[in-house]
Design a protein around this ligand. Structure first.
Ligand SMILES: NC(=O)c1ccc[n+]([C@@H]2O[C@H](COP(=O)([O-])OP(=O)(O)OC[C@H]3O[C@@H](n4cnc5c(N)ncnc54)[C@H](OP(=O)(O)O)[C@@H]3O)[C@@H](O)[C@H]2O)c1
Length: 227
């Protein structure tokens, strides 16, 4: 059996780091994209991972990573980098700097990363997983907590859907995933699940999905989420 290849965009900490760890243990070839490789100390200790400079807010950096990871078609692309931004609890419009940082990281970044690696994924008839959030579900939204983050995740959900419409017919499967409420720097210590369990769940989902699930939005345990 040929060795499978995955590229993770945003693998220095949290869920992305855990994806890198688990796919490396499974024997996959792992490209772990991080914006500051020297600072990704935990990742650098993971055996069998190739660490690549990849800042999702920089078109040049994405192009460089795509050039670097050109050797093998990607069976899996995981777009995981994310930024929460202001921890608002009511309807408070963000300032320009917060808006730009969150939208560039959570929306423009995934657009560019998906575009840069799509042909490689299509070549492998592989899968693109966008790590979004249930906070991007419009039908499921209650209250206005984390207004900017929610807006960014609703936007990236549409990015994933458009990617599914475009690349699905060409052989890729594109899915949007909610990782659960996970104990990471973003999720905080009171979150419900460990990164290990979230990633075990999402790996299971990613193993099962194919063309019939193209354009789907799933919880980490595989339950569909309404848009
Ligand atoms: N944790 C949760 O409960 C939860 C729930 C729903 C959805 N999510 C989503 O899951 C994904 C991962 O979240 P997490 O909990 O692992 O967050 P985290 O612990 O805060 O880690 C965020 C990751 O994104 C990376 N990143 C941020 N900006 C980047 C950029 N410009 N280029 C490359 N990488 C960048 C960070 O790298 P640096 O180390 O360089 O900052 C870090 O590796 C995010 O998309 C998040 O929205 C998380």
């Amino acid at each position: 059996m040929t060795r499978k290849t995955v590229l993770i965009a945003g693998a220095s900490r949290g869920i992305g780091l855990e994806f890198a760890r688990q796919y490396a243990i499974q024997g996959w070839k792992v490209y772990a994209g991080v914006r500051t490789p020297a600072k990704a100390t935990e990742l650098l200790r993971v055996k069998g991972v190739e660490v690549l400079p990849l800042d999702v807010t920089s078109a040049n950096s994405i192009a460089g990573a795509a050039w670097h990871a050109d050797e093998d078609p990607l069976n899996l692309l995981i777009v995981c980098a994310g930024l929460y931004g202001p921890e608002t609890t009511s309807f408070l419009a963000p300032g320009d700097a917060d808006f730009d940082a969150v939208m560039r990281t959570n929306v423009l970044g995934p657009m560019r990363v998906i575009q840069a690696f799509a042909d490689s994924v299509i070549g492998a008839r592989g899968t693109i997983a966008v790590i979004s959030s249930e906070m991007g579900s419009i039908s499921g939204a209650r209250g206005s907590k984390g207004l900017l983050y929610r807006a960014s995740k609703a936007a990236v959900n549409m990015v994933a859907k458009c990617a599914a419409n475009e690349y699905g017919p060409r052989g890729a499967t594109v899915v949007t995933l909610h990782p659960g409420w996970v104990k990471t720097d973003m999720g905080g210590p009171n979150a419900e699940i460990e990164a290990y369990d979230s990633v075990v769940g999402m790996r299971g989902v990613l193993e099962r999905v194919g063309p019939a699930e193209n354009g789907g939005y799933f919880n980490y345990d595989g339950t569909p989420i309404t848009w």
